[in-house]
Ligand binder design. Structure first.
Ligand code: F6P
Length: 329
């Protein structure tokens, strides 16, 4: 069997570990892997990964030492052309031309939407691995890259706490998460932030201001507010402007962490998750499965049909929101 492998959408730490796992598992089972560079766009352009021997096949050597590397050696993209039916038909033609029997797609909700659309034009098997820092997919407790992104954000907030305490300031730190407050919530819990603003809950200005005033009166010298970029108030900058206009009792500074969170060597949890899911994706293909995402739920490997993974954004656990409120009080 010839298995095509690509990464798509925003890159995530651990994607390389997943690539390594897919290649090792497939080769061990006696199959071939064609690495497709730059996601769906690379597929349209027949941009294949070329190994040291000059062949467009992934070898054991190609993926040696890859687990610890951030980014993805296959590179990634968001393809406008593939969003069109003509693009999807062309992609299917490319897959037939190169006799690819099955695909492993590593990415987030956009990648899996694309996989569903591709299946209308191509009858090969498609299995997905959840590679996104956002952790917003159903069908897996965690996505590949989330743990590393949270680690990066926590390190930043810890550092800001030092300078905030020295200057008696409040920092509003914006973390990624276009539609999801997962990174914000986990960062806030781990770093002991006093306030979070996430898309899943409305921002209650009077309540936040009251909370800040109580903390100020209690002698608190520094405040950390973690804001998800997708918060309905429009991110940290807006939240800061609004809080200031309403009489914020602290002097404030804003920091947007941005793409910094997508880089760096993956933490062990991401490497292990990526390795398990990459191997599981290959085994699922060999079992005849298609149209599903490989995930891990309560430690168990599970397949979930693509449409169910993005039917809604994974809700935040209410008990963790409550825990944060208790810790921040
Ligand atoms: O989906 C992952 C993500 O990192 C989001 O958190 C963020 O909103 C988006 O990608 C940024 O995308 P781009 O790299 O295209 O600016």
């Amino acid at each position: 069997m010839r298995i095509g492998l690509f990464c798509s959408g925003g890159d995530a730490p651990g994607m390389n570990a997943c690539v390594r796992a897919v290649v090792r598992s497939a080769l061990r089972a006696g199959h071939e892997v064609v690495g497709i560079r730059r996601g769906y766009q690379g597929l349209l352009e027949e941009d294949f990964f070329v190994a040291q021997d000059g062949r467009p096949r992934m070898t054991l050597r190609c993926v040696s030492g890859l687990s610890r590397l951030g980014g993805t050696i296959l590179m990634s993209s968001r393809s406008e052309e593939f969003r069109t039916v003509a693009g999807q038909r062309k992609a299917a033609d490319v897959l037939r031309k190169h006799r690819i029997d099955a695909l492993v797609a590593v990415g987030g909700d956009g990648t899996f939407h694309g996989a569903v659309e591709l299946a209308d034009h191509w009858d090969g098997q498609i299995i997905g691995c959840p590679g996104t820092i956002d952790n917003d997919l159903l069908g897996t407790d965690y996505t590949i890259g989330f743990a590393t992104a949270v680690g990066t954000a926590v390190e930043a907030v810890d550092k800001l706490r030092d300078t905030a305490a020295s200057h008696e300031r409040m920092f509003l730190v914006e973390v990624m998460g276009r539609y999801s407050g997962y990174i914000a919530l986990y960062t806030a819990l781990a770093a002991g932030a006093e306030v979070i603003a996430v898309p899943e809950t409305p921002t209650d200005y009077p309540q936040i201001l009251e909370h800040l005033k109580v903390l100020k009166a209690r002698g608190k010298r520094s405040i950390m507010v973690v804001v998800a970029e997708g918060d309905e108030e429009g991110g940290a900058e807006n939240l800061d402007n609004n809080l200031r206009a309403l009489g914020c009792p602290f002097s404030t500074r804003v920091l947007k962490l941005g793409h910094l969170q997508r880089g760096g060597s993956p933490v062990p949890a991401d490497r292990i998750l990526a390795t398990r899911l990459g191997d599981f994706a290959v085994r699922s293909i060999l079992d005849g499965q298609t149209g599903k995402m490989a995930g891990e739920i309560n430690g168990q490997l599970r397949l979930t049909p693509f449409p169910e993974t993005f039917a809604q954004h994974k809700p935040l656990p209410p008990e963790l929101l409550e825990l944060l409120e208790t810790m921040a009080s």
